[in-house]
Design a protein around this ligand. Structure first.
Ligand code: 5GP
Length: 247
């Protein structure tokens, strides 16, 4: 299938994915938390472990969900606590695609954090206005974006050889039709290059793919989403293989 045709299919199925999941609850109060775009943040578990200098046990060897984040809005409704019961039905998919990479034996603290910090803001949208809709909708977007298989198709695989960041960004942009954002860990002492850590794809409020950064928009460089992670510098980058397959 050609990229343009794939994109058309992708967009309509993304909307469908959100409409079909979860049940609604009333809108949260959110007057002071204006936001414009939703950021679907995928992270590479091997790099997450490296970032926190933790020897994770068997991190997933696929990109998992870090979160679905409205830009410029955090912790919009402190009186809407995380309730695990609401997402119990989603548990198998949550564990598989939205694991706590750092604490694989207890995922719910991570999900609580993501709900309180980002989900309560995303819940301004009718399509995401309950915990079940927020987590279910995020899973739906993740599944429809198919980042793992798209990277495979593009021949972008973990490797001891370095990639050029512009090649990765251009290849993803040609598949999705929008500009992604790629984030890296800067090289530590003794390392030659940065390490790829996160891939972000962005959505409008009506859940259509959009560029993560518009030409001329401020904030492209240096914005760190986690301690150590930064927008990748143009140039070479390491996409680290999982420990068991490292050669
Ligand atoms: P945010 O707080 O905006 O959701 O994301 C940034 C934080 O998430 C950073 O402190 C980063 O270390 C943390 N983080 C990233 N991945 C994981 C994970 O898989 N589990 C946990 N517990 N924290 C994570």
């Amino acid at each position: 299938m050609k990229p343009a045709a794939a994109r058309g299919l992708l967009l309509s199925s993304l909307c469908l994915a959100l409409c079909c999941r979860g049940g609604a609850r009333g809108s949260p109060t959110s007057d002071n938390h204006e936001w414009k775009k939703l950021i679907m943040v995928h992270h590479w578990p091997v790099t997450v472990c490296k970032e926190v200098e933790k020897d994770c046990r068997d991190p997933p060897d696929y990109w998992t969900i870090h979160g679905l984040w409205p830009d410029r809005a955090e912790e919009c409704n402190g009186s809407w606590p995380f309730n695990f019961e609401e997402i119990k039905d989603l548990l198998p998919e949550m564990k598989m695609y939205w694991p706590d990479v750092i604490h694989p034996l207890n995922h719910s603290h991570f999900w609580k954090h993501e709900w309180e910090k980002h989900g309560t803001c995303a819940a301004q949208l009718d399509a995401l206005n309950s915990q079940k809709k927020y987590f279910g909708g995020s899973l739906g977007l993740y599944e429809k974006l198919e980042l793992n298989s798209i990277l495979q198709k593009l021949g972008i695989k973990p490797s001891i050889n370095y990639y050029q960041i512009s090649d990765i960004k251009d290849a993803l942009a040609s598949m999705y039709g929008v500009v992604p954002k790629v984030q890296c860990l800067p090289p530590k002492q003794g390392e030659e290059v940065q390490t790829i850590g996160q891939i972000e794809l962005c959505f409008t409020k009506d859940l259509r793919l959009r560029n993560c950064t518009e030409p001329g928009e401020l904030g492209e460089s240096g914005r760190a989403w986690g301690p150590g992670l930064e927008v990748c510098e143009d140039g070479p980058a390491f996409y680290p293989p999982p420990p068991q397959s490292a050669r």
